[in-house]
Design a binder for this molecule. Sequence first.
Ligand SMILES: C[S@@+](CC[C@H](N)C(=O)[O-])C[C@H]1O[C@@H](n2cnc3c(N)ncnc32)[C@H](O)[C@@H]1O
Length: 258
Amino acid sequence: MPPSAPKEPSHPKSHAQKERSIKTPKQNQGHKRLYGRAQGRPLSARQTRLVSELLPKISLPSPDLPAASPMRGLPDNKPLWLEIGFGGAEHLLHQARRHNDAHIIGIEPFLNGVAKALAGIEDDDLRNISLYHGDARPIMEAMPAACLSKIFVLFPDPWPKPRHFKRRILSEEFIALIYHLLKPGGEFRFASDIISYVDWTLERVDRFHDEHGDGFIWEPDSARDWQDPPQGWPGTRYEAKAFREGRTCHYFEFFKPA
Ligand SMILES: C[S@@+](CC[C@H](N)C(=O)[O-])C[C@H]1O[C@@H](n2cnc3c(N)ncnc32)[C@H](O)[C@@H]1O
């Protein structure tokens, strides 16, 4: 494990805002809300157009709709990847540009992040992204077992104070859900700059076992394995902020047995 605990950021505070909101993320269906603001700055005219015109075309159906499978409309001839909480969409767009052979689902409750993803999708005419504007948990719970080849959780909201740990998205239940949704041999990639969150996740990943006694495989060759980003890593906005503020980032690739 990395030696020294870096200074931890506080969670961004909510701003009282009077801005127009186009859509609110879907309700959490019994889940406690984990994320902060659902919208920041007002959207530009282009972003407003993209949210009302492009988003419905590439959105997964809401799990609230009766008999709607979240998988409806997704290609069945490409590996499906999922990025949870894609923020400014840097990583999501980069992966979609580099991996035309995969189809990537991006989930994000923050509307401005969704708008950024939409702008990148339109700019590069990317056809291999689907989006969901809302909380990842209900829609993931509606997905069938073993449907995803990769799941990315990159710099999840840190909730650094012990009394807020329960708000961390990587709960035991969520880690079990990630495992359940991965195909055999599939990968769960996690990154964080918060030592207590790294420890928290490693403990839970290590402890998890399914009904057959199987669990995630993590076999680093050396410390470089979690100190260096994976190959082809584009960087993310939150990671850049962590570096600017002097924190060290850690990267993990856990696998479901093949
Ligand atoms: C610290 S930011 C990191 C964003 C991005 N991954 C990056 O590295 O720049 C965490 C992101 O997770 C999103 N998030 C929080 N709770 C979520 C949830 N329940 N489902 C999906 N995304 C969530 C937040 O809106 C935010 O964009």
